[in-house]
Design a protein around this ligand. Sequence first.
Ligand code: NAD
Length: 260
Amino acid sequence: MSGSRLHGKRVFITGAAQGIGFAIARACHREGAALYLCDIDGARLDTVGAELGGRSGKLDWGVADISDAEAIRGQVARATDTIGTVNALVNNAGVNVFAAPLEMTDEQWKRCFDINLNGAWNCSRALLPDMVEAGEGVILNIVSTHSFTIIPGTFPYPVAKHALLGLTKSLALEFAPQGVRVNAIAPGYVATQNVIDYWNSAPDAQAAKQRTLDLHPGGRIAQPEEIANAAVFMVSDECPFMNATCLTIDGGLSVLHHPA
Ligand code: NAD
């Protein structure tokens, strides 16, 4: 079913080649947005680009590492040429980096922050001038329930995700006078490769999966489309007063108070 809720939106999505990012791309495409898909995985980008209908004035894609500010500026220039001036950014790309704090290498710490925090800033910084000039724009950051809760053993990922939520709130207030809204979605567990890899890293993957499902009040985790449908709403003009907000989508998990 196709709609027009995002008619006139030109959306730049990072980490769009799979998982939540691709689900957001598919949902935005369905609602009439023009899209620029950015990912570090070129082969997969070509596949999903073809699945969405191929390059056109409403769809283009390019390969970049979001931690490389210059490469991102290049991607933004290309997006402007091919789909027009971008007026919505979805900072979705992110990676799990988990290490024992005192055994973690400097490279692990740097990678975690370069991608999960600096990447979103690189993209925001590259696109905000056009949004400010236009007097309108939307930035949506895909944060995590790790932005306000901690699972021991996942350091330093939640540190970066807390900071990404801080970036969301801070930019929201800095740019509200110029008509730019900055919000976040905090997914809990979503059925993507990310989570499968997490289960597979446990000694017994099946038991790890079951433990995760059992934690949830509804006995299941989210599908990527359930995040994507909320993203469409937050990128659209249906919620113009929504700013500096974080929408948690975790089936109620983060509200659950485990009995002693
Ligand atoms: P995923 O691993 O399935 O997909 C991530 C995509 O980002 C991939 O296509 C990958 O190639 C791309 N990417 C990774 N590093 C990149 C880089 N440096 N530059 C450009 N692209 C890069 O992940 P996902 O599960 O879909 O997660 C998407 C986002 O949602 C992440 O920010 C993640 O932290 C967040 N999140 C996921 C879950 C979950 O349960 N899956 C929960 C909460 C938050």
